[in-house]
Design a protein around this ligand. Structure first.
Ligand SMILES: Nc1ncnc2c1ncn2[C@@H]1O[C@H](COP(=O)(O)OP(=O)(O)OP(=O)(O)O)[C@@H](O)[C@H]1O
Ligand SMILES: O=P(O)(O)OC[C@@]1(O)O[C@H](CO)[C@@H](O)[C@@H]1O
Length: 332
């Protein structure tokens, strides 16, 4: 069983445009809604492959009711924690080449009791040996050590904990030494406090975190694939996998599908290399689907994954997300 906690879930509305011009009225060519939030996407991808999972999430207000209805339709087993505030709706604007601009709300303010109830519901759902997965941002009012607390308490239960978040909550969780983390390129650079221009720099940073006591570090690198490092990975043989997507439609949730695939493999007793290849297949298949849709077995069958234990470590990592849009400082 893989239990996911999504403290800040969302209804994801994806709106497609021929092009986007800031400051002008835009007419959409199509739109769709999906249940969203990182842990929920992990559970949805697992369900699509027949895995045993339960999603824990706060539910409140009209957006919360819509989210619960979408999850019911998707057949996601869940534990809903009632909250007084109303859930959020996140918007993704996509253009024909797959460029995705995400507009995420902060989410509802949670009380201390509501945050405690989320943690308690997650621990209640978990059994020794299960994976417990904490993913995404924290909504206002939730202490930034929620994931760190989850790591310590789930470990005491005998569960393995995976965390994918960013900023302070991620830093605190990493200090608590979860079994697995899944940063992307930006998040890994932030964790180690240095830029990581090449694949070799990424591998070194992941290895530093493993040396600090995290069992497995999986790094998602967008079109450059993903890397996995654990304590048994030989210094000279980092695991790298990649797949080409001919027609990317939306990158939303690709990282969650990668994480779901890796956990599916590890939970089934596959080795780290096979689990990484599975994760990359799920992530790449997600990119070829619209909105936050998660791939099923038929979508995965279309993907060819290349794996290597001897990748070119001098390969420059193509920047995505925030790093791609941060202007390089100019010298006077
Ligand atoms: N353009 C692409 N071409 C091929 N594979 C891709 C592409 N974009 C993403 N992927 C696959 O999906 C995985 C996850 O993507 P990415 O690195 O963008 O995750 P992320 O930044 O964590 O995303 P999110 O947090 O939005 O889910 C990558 O490791 C890669 O395997
Ligand atoms: O605001 P957060 O919690 O960081 O991310 C939320 C989110 O962007 O992540 C998922 C994709 O990974 C989407 O379903 C959702 O809208």
């Amino acid at each position: 069983m893989i239990v996911t906690l999504t403290p800040n879930p969302s209804v994801d509305r994806t709106i497609a445009f021929d092009s986007i011009r800031i400051g002008e009225v835009q007419r959409a060519t199509s739109s769709r809604i999906d249940p969203g939030g990182k842990g929920i996407n992990v559970s949805r991808a697992l369900i699509a492959h027949g895995a045993d999972t339960r999603a824990v999430l706060p539910v409140g207000g009209p957006e919360g009711r819509l989210l619960a209805e979408l999850l019911e339709l998707a057949g996601v087993p869940r534990c809903e924690v009632p909250i007084a505030g109303a859930g959020r709706m996140n918007v993704a604007a996509v253009t024909p080449d797959g460029t995705t601009t995400k507009l995420n709300e902060a989410g509802p303010e949670l009380t201390g009791e509501e945050a405690d109830a989320l943690l308690a519901a997650t621990l209640d759902a978990a059994q020794p040996g299960n994976w417990v997965v904490g993913c995404g941002s924290l909504p206002p009012g939730v202490p930034s050590d929620l994931y760190a607390d989850l790591v310590a308490r789930a470990r005491n239960l005998g569960a393995r904990v995976a965390i994918d978040s960013s900023g302070m909550p991620f830093n605190a969780a990493v200090a608590a030494k979860p079994s697995l983390i899944k940063p992307n390129h930006d998040e890994l650079a932030e964790l180690v406090g240095r830029p990581l221009p090449t694949l070799g720099d990424v591998v070194d940073a992941a290895r530093d975190l493993v040396d600090d006591g995290i069992e497995v570090v999986v790094v998602s690198l967008g079109a450059d694939g993903a890397v996995a490092v654990d304590a048994t990975s030989a210094e000279s043989d980092p695991l790298w996998a990649n797949a080409t997507v001919e027609r990317p439609l939306s990158t939303v949730g690709a990282g969650d599908c990668l994480l779901a695939g890796v956990l599916f493999g590890l939970d089934a007793g596959e080795g780290l290399g096979a689990s990484l290849a599975r994760g990359v297949a799920w992530g790449a298949a997600a990119v070829a689907l619209p909105g936050s849709r998660v791939p099923g077995p038929a979508d995965i069958a279309e993907v060819t994954v290349r794996t290597s234990t001897e990748p070119d470590l001098s390969m420059p990592i193509r920047l995505t997300g925030e790093q791609a849009h941060t202007p390089t400082p100019t010298t006077p």
